[in-house]
Design a protein around this ligand. Structure first.
Ligand code: SAH
Ligand code: SF4
Length: 355
C-alpha cells in the first residue's frame, strides 16, 4: 500500500475536502508524529476511513539501530517490498548548559538520507555500488527516513534539523522524487526544513546539476570529486567517462547559491592514490573562481576493500596546503567510525549477520 508521505499538501487537498483538512492532516503526521489515521482527533471519521483504506503513514519497519560512541545513530529500515535502506542521525553540536543548569544552546542534528536502493554509478570505493541498483526510493520513502528518525528520538518538530543526501544512491539519478521530497520537507505545515538546510551530494552528473540549478530551489550542493585528473577519476568513478571533471566544474559555476553559502567539494582520501601535495596543488587550480569549501574524508575500509585509509599526517598536510592557498578545508571527523560509517556498510553487515 502507498504511503501518504508521497503526497504533497496540494495533492492531499485534491483528495480530502475542504482543503484546510490537508493542513490538519499534515500537522498530525509531521508535527505530532501520529502513527495511525485513527489518532487524528479533529478529522471526520469518513475521511479517516477513506485514508486508511488507501494509505499507510509509515512505510518502514526498523530492522536495526547502531549507536556509536560519538552519539551518531545508524538506522536500517525495511521498505514494504522487503528492500532495506539506511539513514544516519548525526548530532552536530552538543547541548550547552549554563551554571544554573539552563539550556543555552540546543543539540543540532543532521540526518543523512538515502535516495535509492543501491546505486547505478558503480564507484570503485563504495560498498553501496557492490550490490548493484535495485530501485529508486519514492519521495515518501525519502521523507519517511527523516520523520521516523525525528520521532524515534523524540526530536521536537520545531528543532532545526539539516538534511544531507549522502546515504545510499545517487540523488540526481532520482530527480523527480528528490525534488518532490525537497518540497515536502519545506512545507510550513510539515517538517518545515528549508531548502538551505538541505544538501544534495552528487557524484557529478553535470547535466542534472544544470537542470537542478535552473529550478533554483535554494538547496545546497556537495560534489563528490575525489580525484583531480580524469584518468584517476575514471578509474574510481566510471561516471567520469560521461561527465569529466571540467564539465562538473562548469555545471557548478552555473549553479545558483546563496551568497552566504559555499559549494562543498568532498574529497575521499585513499592512501597512496590521491593523498599527495601534487593533487592538492591541482585541486587549488581547479577550484579557482568557485566559492568552495573542501571536506577531506578518510577512506573507510571494509572487508576486502581495495583501498587503504590514509595516514593522518598526509591528511593534515593536504589540508594545510589548501588552507594556505586560500581554500577553506576541513577534515571530516569520521562520525560513527565504530558503527560502520560509510554508506552501505550497515546494510552489508546486517545482511551478513542475517545470512
Ligand atoms: N551518490 C552520492 C551520495 C551518496 S555517497 C555521492 O556519491 O555523492 C555519499 C558519500 O560517501 C560520497 O562522497 C562517497 O564518495 C562517500 N563514500 C563512499 N564510500 C565510502 C567509503 N568507503 N569511505 C568513506 N566515504 C565513502
Ligand atoms: Fe553511488 Fe555515491 Fe556510492 Fe558512487 S559513491 S556508487 S554515486 S552512492
Amino acid at each position: 500500500m502507498k504511503t501518504i508521505l508521497d503526497l504533497s499538501k496540494d495533492e492531499l487537498s485534491d483528495i480530502v475536502k475542504p482543503s484546510f483538512r490537508s493542513k490538519q492532516i499534515y500537522h498530525w503526521i509531521y508535527q505530532k508524529y501520529v502513527d495511525s489515521f485513527d489518532d487524528m482527533k479533529n478529522i471526520p471519521k469518513e475521511i479517516k476511513e477513506e485514508l486508511s483504506q488507501n494509505f499507510v503513514i509509515n512505510p518502514f519497519e526498523i530492522v536495526k539501530i547502531e549507536v556509536s560512541s560519538d552519539g551518531s545513530k545508524k538506522y536500517l529500515f525495511r521498505c514494504k517490498d522487503g528492500y532495506t535502506v539506511e539513514s544516519v542521525l548525526l548530532p552536530m553540536k552538543k547541548e550547552q548548559v549554563d551554571e544554573d543548569g539552563k539550556i543555552t544552546s540546543e543539540t543540532k542534528y543532521s540526518i543523512c538520507v538515502s535516495s535509492q536502493v543501491g546505486c547505478k554509478i558503480g564507484c570503485a570505493f563504495c560498498l553501496t555500488a557492490k550490490g548493484g541498483f535495485k530501485r529508486d526510493l519514492t519521495s515518501g520513502e525519502i521523507v519517511a527516513q527523516v520523520l521516523q528518525i525525528k520521532k524515534d528520538n523524540s526530536i521536537p518538530q520545531n528543532r532545526r534539523v539539516n538534511i544531507v543526501y549522502m546515504g545510499m544512491g545517487e540523488p540526481l539519478d532520482n530527480m523527480t522524487n528528490l525534488v518532490k521530497a525537497i518540497e515536502i520537507f519545506k512545507d510550513p505545515d510539515g517538517l518545515e526544513i528549508g531548502a538551505r538546510r538541505q544538501t544534495i551530494s552528487t557524484s557529478g552528473l553535470s547535466s542534472q546539476i544544470e537542470k537542478l540549478g535552473k529550478m533554483d530551489l535554494g538547496v545546497l550542493l556537495a560534489i563528490s570529486l575525489h580525484a583531480v585528473d580524469d584518468e584517476l577519476r575514471e578509474k574510481l568513478m566510471p561516471i567520469n567517462k560521461a561527465y569529466n571533471i571540467q564539465s562538473v566544474i562548469n555545471a557548478v559555476k552555473n549553479f545558483p547559491i546563496d551568497s552566504r553559502k559555499r559549494v562543498m567539494f568532498e574529497y575521499l582520501v585513499m592512501k597512496g592514490l590521491n593523498d599527495d601535495l601534487k593533487s592538492a596543488k591541482k585541486l587549488v587550480k581547479l577550484l579557482h573562481g568557485i566559492k568552495a569549501k573542501v571536506n577531506l574524508i578518510y577512506f573507510n575500509p571494509y572487508p576486502n576493500s581495495p583501498f587503504k585509509r590514509p595516514d593522518e599526517k598526509d591528511m593534515i598536510n593536504f589540508k594545510e596546503y589548501l588552507n594556505t592557498h586560500g581554500i577553506i578545508c576541513t577534515i571530516r571527523q569520521s562520525k560513527g567510525l565504530d558503527i560502520s560509517a560509510a554508506c552501505g556498510q550497515l546494510k552489508e553487515k546486517t545482511e551478513n549477520d542475517l545470512a
